[in-house]
Design a protein around this ligand. Structure first.
Ligand SMILES: NC(=O)C1=CN([C@@H]2O[C@H](COP(=O)(O)OP(=O)(O)OC[C@H]3O[C@@H](n4cnc5c(N)ncnc54)[C@H](OP(=O)(O)O)[C@@H]3O)[C@@H](O)[C@H]2O)C=CC1
Ligand SMILES: CC(=O)N[C@@H](CCC(=O)OP(=O)(O)O)C(=O)O
Length: 324
């Protein structure tokens, strides 16, 4: 019997990618689509390339009191818009919140699926990590767990594609302003800082005092590269070995000897990590690449939903990235 899935925020970039993945999933059946401005439209009006069996599904006005029978609900709403409404979804419906309202919130499990998969299995409320945390914490986790770097004074310099801002995003991220342009934003106090700090502390048992995180917008559609500077005396080989041990059973994390590129992950749930370290300079450079809509959002959401439902975590996520 198929698992009945709903997606709220389906017209958005995160929700649309979740729809693409659910449509190709061997066990999931999309039975409910919801939104606000797009309500009343058929999926085929919104997504002309949608598979035929989904073409006539009508996007409902989002109302948690009017859900059909569902096993899983993926919520991809603007951060701030889901807390009150998701609290009204019946407890037996498994929820993955792709937005930022429930990360490290009471009653919700933080869904960093490649690091803590066993914590997700059997849960009914999962908060998907933010896209930058997914890119940065994946390479940091093995180094922090093996105490190869200090959790203090870590500097994360990240570059993101424009789809990270969503289709309802700020107009300053439109084509004319973004093409051939490079912008730093969210300086000193980006909304992902608390989530990154909490996870570094949890992984290391120490404190993420002195964390610096600066995102940049680059003129590409998808992808995040996080370049991270940390203090530690490990060699490059020790960092790579630690990551290969840590992710030995992970289907989605690839440890590479050379610096990863954003195109390697496009359209997939993969994360790529690599390292360069100079013990004499007390310096470790960690690199992480994800697709912001894949491991950074919908891919990780499907991985979490698979774990929640007791399926293989790779179900529906086995397709190769798009290249070039
Ligand atoms: N884009 C990315 O790379 C990532 C995004 N996220 C997070 O995922 C969430 C969604 O982001 P993204 O897909 O980019 O955003 P978009 O702007 O592309 O989409 C937002 C969606 O939310 C719906 N929506 C907005 N307000 C309401 C409402 N009041 N009731 C019901 N539906 C509503 C919109 O529906 P309609 O069109 O029908 O109005 C639309 O489908 C955000 O919290 C974002 O921070 C997380 C990781 C990565
Ligand atoms: C380019 C751009 O604007 N990117 C978004 C990150 C998207 C994301 O992960 O958002 P949530 O944490 O809200 O889920 C940002 O920097 O806020």
């Amino acid at each position: 019997m198929s698992i009945r899935v709903g997606i709220v925020g389906i017209s958005g970039f995160g929700g649309g990618e979740a729809m693409r993945l659910v449509a190709g999933h061997p066990e999931f059946e999309l039975v409910y689509a919801a939104g606000e401005g797009s309500a009343g439209q058929r999926l085929a009006q919104r997504f002309p390339g949608v598979p035929a069996q989904l073409a006539d599904l009508v996007i409902e006005k989002w109302d948690p009191a009017r859900l059909p029978p569902l096993d899983v609900l993926m919520a991809s709403l603007p951060t701030g818009a889901s807390r009150e409404a998701l609290a009204r979804v019946p407890g037996h419906v498994k929820i993955v919140d792709i937005g930022g309202d429930h990360r490290y919130a009471d009653g919700w499990t933080y869904g960093l699926a490649d690091v803590w998969p066993s914590e997700i299995a059997g849960q009914t409320r999962i908060a998907n990590p933010g896209c930058f945390p997914a890119a940065a914490l994946t390479p940091l986790a093995p180094l922090l767990a093996e105490k190869l770097i200090s959790p203090e004074n870590i500097v994360i310099d990240a570059k993101t594609g424009i789809s990270g801002a969503g289709r309802g995003g700020d107009s300053k991220f439109g084509y004319a302003e973004s093409n051939e342009n490079l912008i730093a934003y969210g300086l000193l106090r980006h909304v992902h800082m608390p989530e990154i700090e909490s996870t570094i502390a949890r992984l290391s048992g120490g404190s993420a005092t002195g964390l610096v995180f600066t995102p940049h917008l680059v003129p590409m559609t998808r992808g995040i590269l996080a370049t991270i500077y940390a203090r530690g005396r490990a060699t490059t080989a020790q960092c790579l070995d630690a990551a290969r041990r840590f992710y030995a059973n992970s289907a989605f994390v690839r440890v590479t000897d050379t610096p990863p590129q954003t195109k390697w992950a496009t359209g997939s749930n993969l994360a790529f990590v690599s390292y360069a370290a100079d013990p004499d300079r007390n310096l470790v450079i960690a690199l992480g690449v994800v697709d912001n809509l894949g491991k950074g959002a919908a891919g990780q959401a499907v991985q979490n939903a698979n774990l929640m439902c007791g399926l293989e975590e790779t179900a529906g996520l086995e397709g190769a990235p798009v290249w070039p």
